[in-house]
Design a protein around this ligand. Structure first.
Ligand SMILES: NC(=O)c1ccc[n+]([C@@H]2O[C@H](COP(=O)([O-])OP(=O)(O)OC[C@H]3O[C@@H](n4cnc5c(N)ncnc54)[C@H](O)[C@@H]3O)[C@@H](O)[C@H]2O)c1
Length: 335
């Protein structure tokens, strides 16, 4: 069962798994918040190996019902409130409910139904921030020290996984991945947001001085890492996932403008957001020692970004449908 499979990374993961394992059955359990989009899974909606079940991970009765109905053996959790800006400017309760309480409900469901393994997909943001000139990366032993409400809510879920493992031996693995890019990403996030702005010849708004650094990983590489951990990870452990592809926002913006053939004059600096972490960098030695290798390594980032931009250009129906929903969604959330 894939919780949150209608979102960006969850849907990439479902496509990846169905292509790779013809004999697996996948249940997509998703609440369909504003970020959930079944259009991401349109090409497989009639695949007999795939079933969608609407539900909220904070609803234990519904979780138990779906797990029993389908005889779920493995569970991977992508379900989360994920937009950092929204966690700063309102609606924090939803973040705590889903990202912390929801994970606890999933752990209870894993225990009650004797599920063989759960993987809780989390983020490097729980580690806090690094300085630009600091010569270190986040390891699995870096203390959890989140700076943003979103990351604090995610950290709550991660810590609950550790507590259930230590207390009940609940078979759970936690992952901390860096920033993802790829197809099917909701256009409030940096890369698709900038692609859409540039495509419309509108100013592309970069926070602060644009020098904030992230380690950008393709969603397909994140998926292959999670696949490996589902099969070969060790219960009770934490794994970092990244590709040593540190880039600042200015560099990303200029690359997108160049791929689209747009002038750098579209780049506009806007007031920085509060608590904007300066740099994240991931040490992935532990998962690489299990045999994981990314396809889009640092030297292939230009290719990965080019393919991603082309995907948004080629999938006009997907883009237009989601763009027409954007205003409505923002009004609803502000209200
Ligand atoms: N996007 C990134 O760069 C990134 C990086 C590292 C880790 N992560 C983690 O990966 C996971 C997926 O991220 P994403 O970018 O695909 O998110 P997303 O916002 O695109 O998708 C989240 C999905 O979860 C669903 N959902 C939300 N609340 C739910 C609930 N209570 N019950 C059931 N479903 C619910 C939504 O409908 C949506 O389909 C998150 O846990 C996030 O913290 C994301």
């Amino acid at each position: 069962m894939v919780a949150g499979g209608a979102g960006f990374i969850g849907s990439n993961f479902i496509h990846y798994m169905l292509e790779k394992y013809q004999d697996y059955k996948i249940i997509n359990f998703d609440k369909l918040t504003y970020a959930g989009n079944l259009d991401n899974l349109k090409s497989i909606e009639n695949n007999p190996a795939y079933t969608f079940e609407q539900g909220d991970i904070t609803d234990l009765a519904r979780l138990n019902e779906v797990i029993k109905k389908h005889g779920v053996t493995h569970l991977i959790n992508f379900a989360a409130e994920t937009h950092v800006d929204r966690s700063i400017h309102g609606g924090i309760k939803d973040f705590v409910m889903t990202n912390s309480l929801g994970v606890q409900m999933l752990l209870d469901a894993v225990r009650a139904n004797e599920i063989e393994r759960m993987v809780n997909v989390s983020t490097d943001e729980v580690y806090g921030a690094l300085g630009l000139d600091e010569d270190r990366k986040f390891t699995e032993n870096t203390p959890i020290m989140p700076n943003m409400p979103y990351a604090a809510a995610k950290a709550g879920g991660d810590l609950m996984c550790n507590a259930y493992w230590v207390t009940h031996k609940t078979p759970v693995i936690v992952t901390h991945c860096s920033n993802n890019y790829g197809p099917y990403q909701f256009p409030e996030k940096l890369i698709p947001f900038f692609i859409f702005k540039a495509m419309a010849d509108e100013p592309v708004p970069v926070y602060g001085d644009g020098l904030n650094v992230r380690d950008w990983i393709h969603a397909i590489d994140h998926s292959s890492a999670l696949d490996l951990l589902l099969h070969q990870g060790n219960n009770g452990e934490v794994y970092n996932i990244g590709v040593d592809n540190e880039r600042n926002n200015l560099e990303i913006t200029k690359m997108i403008l160049s791929i689209l053939g747009k002038p750098e004059s579209l780049l506009t600096y806007v007031k920085d957001r509060p608590g904007h972490d300066r740099r994240y960098a991931i040490d992935s030695t532990k998962i690489m020692n299990l045999g994981w290798q990314a396809k889009y390594t640092r030297d292939k980032f230009a290719k990965g970004l080019q393919e991603t931009v082309e995907w948004y250009l080629e999938n006009k129906d997907w883009v237009e449908k989601i763009r027409s929903r954007m205003n409505e969604i923002n009004q609803h959330i502000k209200g």
